[in-house]
Write a protein that binds this ligand. Structure first.
Ligand SMILES: Nc1ncnc2c1ncn2[C@@H]1O[C@H](COP(=O)(O)OP(=O)(O)OP(=O)(O)O)[C@@H](O)[C@H]1O
Ligand SMILES: [Mg+2]
Length: 369
């Protein structure tokens, strides 16, 4: 039997594209053992979407969803283990982020669903979950939580690095080469969420593969300017955001302010440009002499978006975290495996400079096997 130092990370992000599961070892050195991705069943996807905005009978609907999601997370974990011939006894713990149903840092609350009791029950593995609320209890935004992991895995003493996760939302981590300088991190705004919503509305597709549709249009300057005038983009960190802010209704509200009815393709191009510009603006604001920029998350596969980010950042090298030996699809799930290890080792998972919490905290709650 293998030594029990393998952790599982489970992530289901704001894009609602599915559950990512990884089995990893952090000692004696980092090793990604197995990966697995499982689409969310359509019925579950619809039930999550039905709870993203206020509506009727939310408590019952959330209670039932919580259980079903817990089962789906457990299934993803069990299927991952079957792929690599490991058993529950080989796993130290599961770190489960859960599905964000509401993120309201302005009211000091955030809600992730996917019952960890159910995960522990259906896997036989100790489960660590509810990572964000301790940071919020300490006055933080509860997000982003990945910067501490980026710092542990990706920091270099030779070059400044910026890690940009482009999921539903986009968040960055600045890792200065100077070991005494602070790590910074925050949400820059939308990642894929606006492009996904727009193509879904007009072409019934889940996403704009490689940015091919966006690449066909032209930016609508008035729309871009109007969207960029949203206070969020100009607020100082700490800051975090979610679907509460960036969604189809926000796009539609922006469109009615235009002088002319827009072409749908040009709107898609503008949404891609908004994403690229808000990321590039944030990186430039740190006035680093030079930096390597590494993209991860599903948006790193969007060729058009990546090209726009590179063009808006002359003088920076833009690549994906594959260049740092971690495939961009798995960074977030690995981060939650790492956060679970931090919890069990009684070490901090947050970075107060990032979330604004009053100090370092050990995050999460432990649900025994
Ligand atoms: N080839 C591709 N071209 C364009 N976009 C892609 C491609 N592959 C994936 N994506 C985008 O990536 C999204 C999924 O990314 P990811 O799983 O990182 O986000 P997430 O689940 O929201 O995670 P989180 O919000 O926690 O970072 C899809 O919804 C899609 O928009
Ligand atoms: Mg995802």
């Amino acid at each position: 039997m293998m030594p029990a130092s393998v952790y599982i990370g489970l992530m289901s992000g704001t894009s609602l594209d599915g559950i990512d599961a990884v089995a990893v070892r952090f000692e004696p050195h980092f090793q990604l053992i197995e990966t697995h991705s499982e689409a969310l069943p359509e019925s579950l996807n619809q039930r999550i979407r039905g709870l993203l905005a206020p509506g009727d009978n939310e408590i019952d609907r959330l209670g039932m969803l919580d259980l079903e999601l817990g089962k789906a997370f457990a299934d993803a974990s069990n299927n991952l283990l079957a792929k690599c011939s490991l058993s529950s006894a080989d796993i130290q713990a599961i770190g489960s982020h859960g599905q964000t149903i509401r993120h309201r840092p302005e009211h000091n609350f955030t809600l992730q669903s996917g019952d960890p009791n159910t995960i522990a029950e259906h896997t036989g593995i100790m489960t660590v979950a509810d990572f964000r609320r301790r940071d919020m209890a300490a006055g933080g935004q509860g997000a982003p939580l990945v910067p501490a992991f980026h710092n542990a895995l990706f920091r270099s003493t030779e070059t400044n690095r910026v890690i940009v996760n482009i999921g539903g939302m986009a968040n960055l981590t600045v890792l200065p080469a100077n070991a005494d300088a602070e790590v910074l991190g925050y949400d820059t705004g939308p990642g894929n969420v606006l492009m996904d919503s727009w193509i879904n509305e007009h072409q019934q597709l889940s996403h704009d593969k490689d940015g091919d549709w966006a690449a066909q249009g032209s930016v609508i300057p008035q729309l871009l300017e109007q969207m960029l005038s949203l206070p969020f983009f100009h607020e100082p960190a700490p800051k975090s955001t979610g679907r509460e802010q960036f969604n189809l209704i926000w796009i539609q509200r922006m469109l009615v302010l235009l002088d002319q009815a827009p072409n749908n393709t040009d709107v898609q191009t503008t949404l891609a440009e908004l994403t690229a510009t808000s990321i590039a603006m944030a990186i430039k604001s740190h006035q680093l002499d030079s930096a390597e920029v590494y993209l991860c998350g599903g948006g790193s596969h969007n060729k058009y978006l990546q090209q726009r980010i590179q063009t808006l950042l002359p003088g920076y090298t833009v690549a994906t975290t594959a260049a740092l030996d971690l495939h961009p699809d798995w960074v977030e799930a690995v981060a939650f495996a790492w956060l679970a290890k931090q919890t069990l080792d009684n070490l901090p998972g947050n970075m107060p400079t990032v979330t604004g919490a009053s100090g370092f905290r050990t995050l999460g709650a432990i649900y025994p096997a």
